[in-house]
Ligand binder design. Sequence first.
Ligand SMILES: C[S@@+](CC[C@H](N)C(=O)[O-])C[C@H]1O[C@@H](n2cnc3c(N)ncnc32)[C@H](O)[C@@H]1O
Length: 342
Amino acid sequence: MGRPDFQGRSNGGGFRGPSRGGVQGARGGGFRGGSPRGGFGGGRGDFGGSRGGRGDFGGSRGGFSPRGGSRGGYLASWCRGGFRGGPRGRGSPRGGRGGAGGMRGGKRVIVEPHRYEGVFVVKGKEDALATINMVTGESVYGEKRVSVENEGTSVEYRVWNPFRSKLAAAMMGGLENTHIKPGTKLLYLGAASGTTVSHCSDMVGQDGIVYAVEFSHRSGRDLLNVAKKRPNIVPIVEDARHPHKYRMLVGMVDTIFADVAQPDQARIVALNAHNFLKNGGHAVISIKANCIDSTAQPEAVFAGEVNKLKEEKFKPREQVTLEPYERDHAVVVAEYRAKGKK
Ligand SMILES: C[S@@+](CC[C@H](N)C(=O)[O-])C[C@H]1O[C@@H](n2cnc3c(N)ncnc32)[C@H](O)[C@@H]1O
């Protein structure tokens, strides 16, 4: 399947298919799509329009912009396997030691810190988002790994595919602040098999924690397997509509990330916020318009969800749409019980 023909986002992040796959890292998030070979190529339908880009509540930049500009970086070697772009259905995370993400040195690339703490850019012909692998030598869902040698120590990064993760897609879309960084206490609603949760686990690191809620037992099994190797993930196989069922497991959190794709998502987020989100904390919510109202314009649906959040003591802070990675999706960030700020 060919790449979508997506021209220009309001944040300056153009998408011009088809050419060879990959994200060509540049400030402002340039993206040139391409074939299913490597990079982020392949598998998506035709998105057509260009509603993408930044939304209503401020913020600015998009895509890849390493913190501090193009300083230094580290030389890395690509590891084999896994990352062939395009979304796949749910199911077992793949990879693991010796699996699809096994080591094989080779082409040298540069890794730079992204402006999001805990996130990196693997530079090269195909720039990509990545996180430091908390479980060296293992992939979670078949993603590519990159190893960096620096003065006798080695750091391994896991490449993060925005076609497989709405959080990564929002970063590519120019989200100003994910509110997830080293040390963050994160409540993640709609964890599925743990694909994005695993990158959040890398981001928050040893000093942070990810409470990962998923109500499907099938996905929950995969999630439990991911959590076995990552001590900072607390897997919770429960319905996020009933936070009292897991209140004994969850402490107060800095951030809630929600990706439950349910019509009552705003209510679910609010219920969890009232139980677990600290004042001044943030909700980062992925909204799939047609899950809420398939007859309305996506923008109207997003606005409606923002209004619901306002009624629940949230102040909207930013909004990005997820084209070209997801059609008719937005990520909204809102602050809970904000004090003394406009
Ligand atoms: C779009 S998928 C999430 C994908 C995941 N966030 C990722 O990036 O890897 C939505 C998930 O939310 C789960 N879900 C839906 N409603 C839920 C609820 N009320 N409580 C817990 N999980 C729910 C679904 O079972 C599904 O796995």
